[in-house]
Design a protein around this ligand. Structure first.
Ligand code: COA
Length: 278
């Protein structure tokens, strides 16, 4: 189950239908290392991915970084971070055989593969594997002091958590190249402009804004939400004409679900839909 590198809290969603819905909030919990992702972080995230996938009550997942601890006597305050990357101390002295098994079974792909919606709540640094973890989520909400970046080039490396592929698809070839080749950070304003962040708010508003989006998602039919995610995701894998056909077949199949009838009737009756989840 969750180890110290990840704190997990399932927050009940008032009025969710079917009842019992929760938003699962995962907090990367190594603030003294700017929440850098070590082996324990990956293990805990992968375990949580398995758990939420098989728990019908989990409607949406939010991933965030722990806030900085108060400064120790005589030391400076550490900055806010979502995650400042993979834990670089785990790279020293390693060869390809040492790291291959870890990278073949990692948390970035586990999060990406979830059938349920995921939101990254980014305050402060999201660098390297931190940006890649945010990219593995479906939506990114950032504070105005967020900084994204793929600085691996400065370590003689490239992104290894899917960053080259997901970044390119999200923000386009030119901007992705700029980030990967220069290693330069992108501030929140720029991240919003290039589509890396969906929304930017003040640090004080970040949690409420993120949970508001998670709650809105959690109030939809959990069955239809999964279909919607699958259909949009297909656009990344399939040629356009095949993607349109995939969408059509998903759409048509929804006409055999109870939730389609419930949603349509609720609209016609001017009532709230009481989803049953199938
Ligand atoms: N892996 C391991 N430890 C990390 C880390 C990482 N990716 N990023 C930060 N830390 C640790 C630092 O070593 C430091 O630990 P210490 O206090 O025990 O010495 C602590 O977190 C605070 O970081 P520090 O560098 O002192 O903070 P800063 O405010 O001066 O700089 C950053 C912040 C984010 C600019 C800087 O930490 C940094 O560049 N981190 C690495 C980013 C990176 O290259 N990520 C890609 C990895 S593939």
């Amino acid at each position: 189950m969750a180890n110290d590198a990840l704190m997990v809290e399932d927050i009940p969603v008032d009025g969710s239908k079917p009842s019992g819905g929760v938003i699962s909030v995962w907090t990367l919990n190594r603030p003294e290392k700017l929440n850098a992702l070590n082996k324990d972080s990956h293990k805990a995230i992968k375990e949580q991915c398995s758990r939420v996938e098989s728990d019908p009550n989990v409607r949406c997942i939010v991933i965030r970084g722990a806030s900085p601890l108060p400064a120790e006597e005589g030391k400076r305050q550490k900055p806010a971070a979502f995650a400042a990357g993979a834990d670089i101390s785990e790279f020293a002295g390693k060869n390809s055989d040492d790291v291959r098994p870890f990278f073949e079974d990692n948390a970035w792909e586990a999060v990406w593969s979830l059938s349920k919606p995921t939101i990254a709540m980014v305050d402060g640094f999201a660098l390297g594997g931190g940006t890649e973890l945010a990219l593995s989520c479906d939506i990114r909400i950032a504070s105005d002091r967020a900084k994204f970046g793929q600085p691996e080039i400065n370590l003689g490396l490239i992104p290894g958590g899917g960053g080259t592929q997901r970044l390119c698809r999200l923000i386009g070839y030119g901007k992705a190249m700029e980030m990967v080749l220069t290693g330069d950070m992108v501030d929140a304003e720029e991240a919003l402009k290039i589509g890396l962040a969906n929304k930017v708010v003040s640090p004080d508003d970040l949690e409420d804004s993120t949970l508001a989006i998670a709650t809105s998602i959690a109030h939809k039919s959990p069955y239809t939400i999964k279909v919607a995610k699958r259909a949009v995701r297909a656009s990344l894998e399939l040629p356009f004409s095949e993607g349109v056909l995939t969408e059509r077949s998903e759409f048509v199949a929804l006409f055999d679900t109870e939730d389609k009838e419930i949603g349509v009737q609720a609209f016609l009756d001017r009532k709230e839909a009481e989803w049953v989840g199938n």
